[in-house]
Design a protein around this ligand. Structure first.
Ligand code: GLU
Length: 503
């Protein structure tokens, strides 16, 4: 039985890369008929941010990544919040201590600072608490039993550290990267238990993955080097490690390096699923008018592809096609244009009434009113191929609700001919006397008038269009006029012509 977990730390809003990790875990669990677990890794109380857990859950809900076990609904392996499992970890740390695979250390902040200074003086790139300095530091390996006892009683600066063997290759099989190995010289004696009895991420993570019977650890590449520590701990505990799957980095849209949380503001697009207001404020895909399924589809392709030409995948198609073997090694570039393209495709394909549910509160926010549902759906039908986001409906289609501003002044000026004014007057009259005002009727009136008066389309339609919507880029003019109605169309035609004439 496949059991996978998404294990975020509630240190702030969940970055879009975290959502991708959750998504891949979810897709794999569903594909294999396994379980998808949410575990909150909140042992670092200094970095805990109120609201972050709620944000994570809300984001998963928005994407429809339903969990089988989590801190709220519980499950057979709970609790699923590490702070609520605090008492459980110590025994495993003590076991490693007894077996000589861990030790107590008592170094103060100054001691550690001195160690770093010395490393620098000795020309070392990174200062590590490891086999090379261990015996010069203050710990249960370098001190006598009596000194250790007395420091333990004193109770200051006590931590437990992992004793990394001096000269070993630590290898493991990663599903994406195949054989991975680290020289133990590259690793430091990581703290596994802190003075307050709280485990660090490393200890809590492997204990929980073991106790929760996790079969596959699917996480970001940044955890690859920690995996060597984890593999050692599994070995120390005599446990079989899960399979590891490290997902490729998500890269900045341009230039080097991985996408950072501040790139959103820098490049003008969201890198978080939902808006976040805290010490820092971030925009979200949801508030920017993205469809959650579109973003999901986009994220699925950020580091995976099915090896075919197909790009649009429904949620169930994603589950069906997903496989760990098709995850790519190379970093995936974050291409917001692609996200926008997906969004467009999803909006076009969506039911007008479903779009209506999302768009109607947005129209309300903009103080745009409309007579009925039929108007809303008609508006959506006309606009859906012209928007990139849900927000665009109100933004680009504002003229369905209020007087247009003449955006395309230049074109209006160019197309205006004084001698056509009589025709607009006559057309206005024809429109007024029509008994029907459906798109075909409107079209018929206008086209017939043009033909009967031997005019060109170019003499009438651009001016009409600009009078009605202010722009040449709007949707079908006849549909638009029919929707805003006879009275409003006539009013706009008249006042539009007056305005255009004087440009
Ligand atoms: N708590 C870690 C994080 O915040 C989890 C890493 C892992 O999946 O092991 O990403």
């Amino acid at each position: 039985m496949v059991r996978v977990r998404f294990a975020p730390s509630p240190t702030g809003p969940l970055h879009i890369g975290g959502v991708r990790t959750a998504l891949y875990n979810y897709l794999f669990a569903k594909k294999m008929g396994g379980k998808f677990i949410l575990r909150i890794e909140d042992t670092d109380r200094n970095r805990f941010v109120p609201g972050a857990e709620e944000y994570i859950i809300e984001a998963l809900n928005w994407f429809g990544l339903e969990t089988d076990e989590d801190p709220v609904k519980g499950g057979p392996f709970g609790p699923y919040r590490q702070s609520e499992r605090k008492e459980l970890y110590k025994q495993y740390a003590l076991k490693m201590l007894e077996d000589g695979n861990a030790y107590y250390a008592f170094d103060s902040a100054e001691d550690l600072e001195r160690m770093r200074e010395e490393a620098k003086e000795n020309g070392k790139h990174v200062a590590k608490y490891d086999a090379s300095v261990r015996m010069q530091m203050k710990n249960s390996l370098s001190l006598s039993v009596e000194e250790t006892e007395s420091l333990l009683t004193k109770g200051e600066n006590i931590v437990m550290r992992l004793k990394i063997p001096a000269d070993r290759r630590i290898g493991f099989e990663d599903v994406v990267r195949n054989d991975v190995s680290f020289d133990s010289k590259e690793l430091d004696d990581k703290v596994i238990l802190k003075g307050d009895g709280m485990p660090t991420y490393h200890l809590a993570n492997i204990v929980d993955d073991h106790l929760m019977e996790i079969t596959h650890v699917i996480r970001g590449e940044e955890w690859l080097s920690s995996t060597a520590h984890h593999i050692l701990m599994y070995e120390f505990m005599g446990w079989v490690p899960p399979k590891f799957v490290h997902l490729p980095l998500i890269l900045k849209p341009v230039g080097q390096g991985k996408l950072s949380k501040r790139d959103g503001a820098k490049f003008g697009f969201p890198v978080f699923p939902l808006e976040w207001e805290g010490e820092e404020t971030f925009s979200g895909f949801r508030e920017d008018g993205f469809d959650s399924d579109a973003v999901k589809n986009f994220l699925a392709f950020l580091g995976w592809n099915p090896g075919t030409e197909q790009e649009i995948f429904s949620s169930s198609e994603l589950i069906e096609s997903f496989s760990l073997e098709k995850i790519v090694k190379a970093g995936a570039r974050f291409d917001i244009d692609k996200a926008r393209w997906y969004n467009q495709q999803y909006i076009i394909a969506k039911d007008n009434s479903e779009i209506g549910e999302i768009v109607s509160p947005l129209l309300k926010n903009a103080n745009f009113t409309y007579p009925n549902e039929a108007f809303l759906h008609g508006f959506i039908e006309l606009m859906k191929e012209r928007v990139e986001s849900y927000n665009d409906f109100a933004k680009k289609g504002y003229y369905f609700f209020e007087q247009p501003i003449i955006e395309d002044e230049k074109i209006a000026r160019k197309k205006w001919k004084d001698e056509n004014e009589v025709h607009f007057k006559a057309l206005e009259e024809q429109l007024r006397t029509s008994e029907e005002f459906d798109p075909d009727t409107v079209q018929n009136i206008i086209k017939t008038y043009i033909a009967e008066n031997a005019l060109s389309f170019g003499a009438i339609l651009p001016i009409l269009r600009i009078a009605i919507s202010g722009t040449m880029k709007g949707p079908d003019i006849f549909g638009m006029m029919s929707l805003i109605g006879q009275e409003e169309s006539i009013k706009r035609l008249r006042s539009g012509v007056q305005k255009i004439k004087t440009l």
